[in-house]
Design a protein around this ligand. Structure first.
Ligand code: PRP
Length: 216
């Protein structure tokens, strides 16, 4: 069986709505942040399907005992926001995964070369086996940043098939690189845009998400 990168664009009205708000150049930072929070929430909800480990048990209702399914508390869940823009999706992700550990990874692209530079790495030396990892970054453009993040994770024992990436706009160059390096990986994104321009911006995209989130 050949594994292939799977990219899901959930056909959900709330995701479409908040994507439209985020794309609109007239949306002020305060509303853009809300759009990121909502997208983080609903994309994480979608990504949790067949990813969060569960265990079968029995509960006693007021009337009778019945079979039940609970989240397995023994399997660690981690969220890795790629700074800065990935922080915009974090608050919404945390409403869905309130017990997850948060490991910040600060990456910034050199404006000339578009190569990512790591300026903060709070990842643990080693992740426990089977750890579920959610990576948040609203933009997957040339793919340099997400590939750097995936390299950091896999070097620390993360199984790529246990990773879910949530993004808002994903572009073909990034998806192609992920597919070539990590078959079996799964991405949830609000949309796939068709191109990256020569300055490394996704078109039509949503501009610079980090600047729009933080008003810089
Ligand atoms: C943006 C974005 C991604 C990256 C995508 O971050 O948030 O992390 O670029 O581009 P790539 O796929 O070509 O690597 P940026 O470097 O602008 O930093 P910021 O989030 O701090 O604004």
């Amino acid at each position: 069986m050949t594994l292939q990168l799977r990219v899901y664009v959930p056909p959900h009205p709330l995701i479409k709505h908040w994507l439209a708000v985020a794309r609109d150049a007239g949306t002020p930072s305060v509303l853009f942040r809300s759009a990121m929070t909502e997208l983080g929430r609903w994309l994480t909800y979608e990504a949790a399907r067949e990813w969060l480990p569960t265990q079968e048990t029995t509960v006693q209702s007021p009337l009778d005992s019945c079979p039940a399914t609970l989240i397995d508390p023994t399997v660690p869940v981690a969220v890795v926001p790629i700074l800065r823009a990935g922080l915009g999706l974090l608050e919404g992700a945390q409403t869905v995964l309130p017990l997850a550990s948060i490991y910040h990874l600060g990456l910034v692209r050199d404006e000339e070369t578009l190569q990512p530079l790591c300026y903060l790495n709070k990842l643990p030396k080693k992740f426990q086996s089977q750890t579920r990892v959610l990576v948040t970054d609203p933009m997957l453009a040339t793919g340099g940043s997400i590939m750097a993040a995936m390299a950091e994770l896999t070097q620390r024992g993360v199984d790529p098939t246990q990773v879910r990436i949530i993004s808002v706009v994903a572009a073909p160059p990034a998806l192609q690189k992920l597919n070539d390096a990590y078959p079996g990986l799964i991405v949830y994104t609000a949309t796939i845009d068709q191109m990256v321009n020569d300055r490394g911006f996704i078109v039509p995209g949503l501009g610079d998400a980090g600047d729009r989130i933080f008003g810089t």
